[in-house]
Design a protein around this ligand. Sequence first.
Ligand SMILES: [Zn+2]
Ligand SMILES: [Zn+2]
Length: 183
Amino acid sequence: MDIMSAKLMLNSLCYNMTEPMTNLTATMNSQSSRAASRVAAQLETAQALCESRGSRLTPIRRRVLEILLEQGRSVKAYELLELIRDDQAAAAPPTVYRALEFLVEEGLVHRLDAINAWAACHDAGGQPHDLLVVCTSCGSVAELSDPDLTRSLAEKVAQAGFRLSGHETELRGLCEACKGCLP
Ligand SMILES: [Zn+2]
Ligand SMILES: [Zn+2]
């Protein structure tokens, strides 16, 4: 096989992976119901976290979080607005932005400056994580933790006369799936 047809094959393979699933088999159904129960469990955790802190997960805040959890990757503001308008036509951008701000403050959502997007935290209430690796191609996010690395990073930054203002470090990269789809 020459390089060109290998590339074409790879491309169609990658295309198939991102194609919407039209033939829902029993396996996929059980996968999607597992995903739904995972989202429900994470929403419950979020609700409990907010209650324990005396803050309120209002319906709009809850819906924004739910959408981000369902997407399972980071989402840009305009995408989020489109998704939310599917069921709440009247949702105004400032309301959605305020909901996002709240969710970031509560540690339920990560704001990703590298790609100007938001992603639900998939370990809210769990161990703190300080490194976020963002796929610049598909927006998927890996949440990592390395306190030693973060400490030495903070020391280096201090040596340069700065102090870190955020507790999360963002790294850009390409995820497993996107790495294989490169031309
Ligand atoms: Zn997180
Ligand atoms: Zn990717």
